[in-house]
Design a protein around this ligand. Structure first.
Ligand SMILES: NC(=O)c1ccc[n+]([C@@H]2O[C@H](COP(=O)([O-])OP(=O)(O)OC[C@H]3O[C@@H](n4cnc5c(N)ncnc54)[C@H](OP(=O)(O)O)[C@@H]3O)[C@@H](O)[C@H]2O)c1
Length: 227
């Protein structure tokens, strides 16, 4: 079986707004800035803890509140907790209109040990809910099926990993595939599953993750296809 190839559509260097300055957000920010993009990291609050974290981040990355990051960017990446994302991004409808929203989050309820326990949107997905709530935005789901360090170093795994793509707009998926290329993803590692409805499959893969983490700890992995 060969993967449908997604031709790259490189929109020159882009301004990318990342909502969330945590493990995923700051890791993506560093790698996308290193690839030449202008990156604005959207923080929740400018308190002492976030300022200390910011001091350790690449000086080429700018910081702003999340609304400003969404408004200023051409492409917005959601790296905030998935269980509250829908409510939050509904409030950014105007800022996100006409843009690509890359959703890398997982909408889960925690188990007793704090690891993902169950899906917030069984029978649907956060990505579908976002696309419904933000009709003027092109939502693309990707990168939610691996530990954060693999997102920017896919070649580090001994088995080639998979980055699934779901989205209704083919051009938006081409733009996101070009960003994945910037992060080191080879075209044959990118699996376009189809429309946004397919995100319910990749989002459900999170149910494997707590069992892997409990047995093996936080060692880099991706939930991938083998051929
Ligand atoms: N960690 C992974 O390996 C991994 C892999 C795949 C997908 N994901 C998904 O990616 C997302 C981010 O994960 P992470 O590991 O980077 O989490 P994290 O380290 O806890 O960072 C979460 C970020 O979201 C912000 N945030 C938290 N609650 C918020 C709220 N109510 N409103 C606005 N911002 C809020 C936090 O802001 P403060 O700093 O102000 O608290 C922080 O910047 C999650 O949806 C997760 O499921 C994670």
């Amino acid at each position: 079986m060969t993967s449908p190839r997604i031709p790259k559509e490189r929109p020159t260097m882009t301004t990318i707004g990342i909502l969330g300055t945590g493990r995923v957000g700051s890791n993506l920010a560093r790698a996308l800035a290193a690839a030449g993009h202008t990156v604005i990291l959207g923080r929740r609050a400018a308190d002492e803890e976030t300022e200390a974290r910011e001091a350790g981040v690449d000086q080429s990355i700018r910081f702003a509140d999340q609304r400003t990051a969404a408004r200023t960017a051409d492409i917005v990446i959601n790296a905030t907790p998935g269980d509250t994302t829908l409510e939050r991004l509904r409030g950014f409808q105007a800022e996100l209109a006409g843009k690509i929203l890359v959703d890398v989050s997982n909408a889960t309820r925690d188990a007793a040990d704090g690891l993902p326990g169950d899906l917030v949107y069984p029978g649907s997905s956060l990505a579908e809910q976002l696309q419904d709530a933000l009709p003027a935005t092109r939502v693309v789901k990707t990168l939610n099926t691996m530990l954060f360090m693999v997102m920017t170093a896919p070649e580090s795994l001994s088995t080639p990993p998979t980055a699934y793509l779901s989205g209704d707009d083919d051009d938006a998926k081409k733009v996101v595939a070009a960003l994945l290329d910037d992060l080191g993803w080879q075209p044959e590692w990118i699996e376009d599953l189809g429309g946004i409805i397919t995100a319910r499959a990749s989002e459900a893969l999170i149910l494997l993750v707590p069992h892997i983490l409990r047995r093996r700890g936080f060692q880099p992995f991706a939930v991938s296809l083998a051929r």
